[in-house]
Design a protein around this ligand. Structure first.
Ligand code: AMP
Length: 426
């Protein structure tokens, strides 16, 4: 199927062509015709499926006729995080290229004045995080009674982040007669219940099953001891050729600790979590996207929905609390048919959570103790030197076997032509 068959106008088709999308993704094929027919949508799709385009393209098409009034937006897109809201606004700007629809982005951490000026001129599309939108509503800067089109993106994250009461509050201010699109990466009982209150006879669309992990990702679980986690992470980073990686941590405090530790060890890292001020979050993402830092250390919530595909590696500093997050995290690598690698560091207390992951993905994971992993890894000369430096800093108690076994040394010798260390008697 082509974009031309979906019922989109020529301006939208031209901008899609300029972006370089050649054909619609699954969710776009299924959602766009239904949205253009005016149906409410209950969409189960994760980031990376083209979900944003699936609602932005028809939204622009629908809003193309008609004008907005001052402080009365005609549509509202709610996103759980500032980064996701920014990404939605970028997609909007690209697809709106040949049209003149007005958009305002209301996110926390940036000045109210600029947002207020935009609202006063009148906007067709309002993209917002719930907290900042409520701030503007409470100050009387924006009225919701002209909203005919509501999109709730990443509803499961909204739930995790405690935004559902805000959504309910906002919903009460919206007209009852409107079109609503409700997207979530998972459709739990709770999410369906929330959806029931917002949607009328929705078309349910499910894309991409969370319970499967792509075959082109090599996922390895590294068994360690919690006390050695940071050092073992550094060892893995030294062994691997990391072009770009995300390290996921469950706790914000760990993100800072890992970041400081890796920076001290000369890795180029940036971090992203909810406690960071908005400007720092934007700076981190810019540095990562421009490749001036190749490692991003992030929480699930902050990294959710961010367009950071094409990673060579994903490292899970912890086993995610929610098994579905494991699938989501490792799915950040191995995109578009490329090979990807994912390492998950765990200790003996994590066995129960690993069982939950295995149950979800319906297969056993590949578990290797760090010592075995290191000793079985065939190192190139350069990595070996780097690795020996690591070794000298490891304290004696936690010392791991860094010397290669004779057989690996021999294989190295065969490749490099250098005298293997076990023959070096000095
Ligand atoms: P999303 O699911 O909205 O987070 O989209 C993830 C990525 O898919 C973004 O980088 C989009 O630019 C890209 N994308 C969206 N639609 C298409 C398409 N039809 N063809 C190729 N890439 C797309």
């Amino acid at each position: 199927m082509k974009f031309e068959n979906l019922g989109l106008c020529k301006e939208v088709l031209s901008s899609i062509n300029d972006i370089g999308y050649t054909k619609p993704t699954e969710i776009q094929k299924k959602a766009i015709p239904n949205i253009l027919m005016g149906r409410d949508i209950l969409g189960c799709a994760q980031t990376g499926t083209g979900k944003t385009g699936s609602f932005i393209m028809p939204l622009i098409e629908i809003l193309n006729c008609g004008n907005s009034k001052s402080r009365m937006p005609r549509s509202l897109i709610l996103a759980p995080t500032r980064e996701l809201a920014m990404q939605v606004s970028e997609e909007f700007n690209s697809i709106n290229k040949y049209l003149k629809l007005q958009m305002a982005l209301l996110i926390g951490g940036v000045s109210f004045t600029e947002q207020d000026n935009k609202l006063s001129k009148g906007v067709d599309v309002l993209i917002a995080t719930p907290g900042r939108l409520l701030d503007h509503i409470e100050r009387g800067k924006v009225l919701m009674r002209d909203v005919k089109f509501l999109v709730i993106d990443e509803a499961d994250r909204m739930l995790d982040m405690g935004f559902i009461p805000d959504i309910i509050k906002i919903n009460k201010l919206l007209p009852k007669i409107r079109q609503t699109l409700f997207f979530s990466a998972t459709l739990s009982h709770e999410i369906r219940n929330i959806g029931k209150d917002l949607l009328i006879n929705p078309k349910e669309i499910t894309i991409d099953n969370y319970s499967s992990t792509p075959e082109n990702i090599n996922s390895i679980f590294i068994k360690t001891n919690n006390k050695n986690k940071m050092n073992d992470l550094k060892i893995l980073l030294n062994i691997e050729t990391v072009k770009s990686a995300v390290i996921f941590c469950n706790k914000k405090t760990d993100i800072d600790k890992v970041n400081n530790y890796l920076q001290k060890n000369n890795f180029k890292t940036v971090c992203l979590h909810g406690n960071l001020d908005q400007n720092l979050r934007i700076k981190s993402l810019e540095r990562f996207k421009s490749k001036s830092a190749n490692i991003l250390i992030a929480s699930d919530v902050a990294a959710r929905g961010i367009d950071i595909d094409g990673l060579s590696h994903v490292f899970n500093f912890d086993i995610p609390n929610n098994p579905e997050d494991y699938v989501h995290r490792i799915g950040r690598t191995g995109r578009a048919g490329n090979k990807g690698k994912a390492y998950t560091i765990f200790d003996k207390n994590d066995e129960k959570n690993i069982l939950l992951i295995e149950k979800l993905i319906k297969k056993k994971v590949n578990k290797i103790p760090i010592d075995n992993f290191v000793s079985s890894y065939r190192l190139s000369d350069k990595k070996l030197t780097k690795f020996k430096n690591t070794k000298s800093k490891i304290n004696h108690k936690n010392k791991i076997k860094l010397d290669l076994l004779p057989v690996e040394n021999y294989l190295n010798f065969k490749e490099s032509g250098k005298i293997p260390s076990f023959l070096n008697t000095k």
